[in-house]
Design a protein around this ligand. Structure first.
Ligand SMILES: [Zn+2]
Ligand SMILES: [Zn+2]
Length: 136
């Protein structure tokens, strides 16, 4: 008989996995406790890999930003705000009053096309717009 280190129950040796490194030749915990442990281990492993998968998607969208952002910078070079005509504030390309968003699946060409359709506005004018909306 051997006492299981986990459930603290006396069990027959046949209920323990063999482990040559142990002095008595058996694992410290019984088979059913060991199975439970490996089950939670699998669940943890799965969780970890799900996180990793999530991280990969995030990495992908960052890669996409790195790929598409220079196109925007290039597009905005030499442009000025269509409202105030200035370019001292950060410029934002918009379509129908909405920021031109991009998706990770977009090709450079597609994003370039979208930018061509957009109107460039500076953040100061955007700020005025929302201020007017609030007070008007
Ligand atoms: Zn046990
Ligand atoms: Zn402006």
């Amino acid at each position: 008989m051997k006492c299981c280190g986990k459930c603290k129950k006396e069990k027959l040796f046949i209920d323990f996995h063999k482990n040559k490194r142990r002095p008595d030749g058996y694992k410290d915990i019984c088979k059913s406790c060991y199975n439970q442990k490996s089950k939670t281990y699998t669940a943890k492993w799965y969780q970890k890999n799900k996180d990793k998968h999530y991280k990969d998607t995030r990495n992908n969208s960052r890669k996409c930003r790195n790929r598409l952002l220079p196109i925007k910078d290039n597009f905005l070079k030499g442009k000025s705000c269509h409202k105030c005509g200035g370019d001292s504030f950060k410029l934002v390309p918009r379509i129908n009053g909405r920021h031109v968003a991009f998706y990770s699946c977009w090709t450079e060409d597609r994003y370039r096309e979208r930018l061509k359709e957009s109107k460039v506005i500076c953040v100061q004018c955007i700020g005025k717009e929302s201020w007017q909306r609030r007070c008007g």
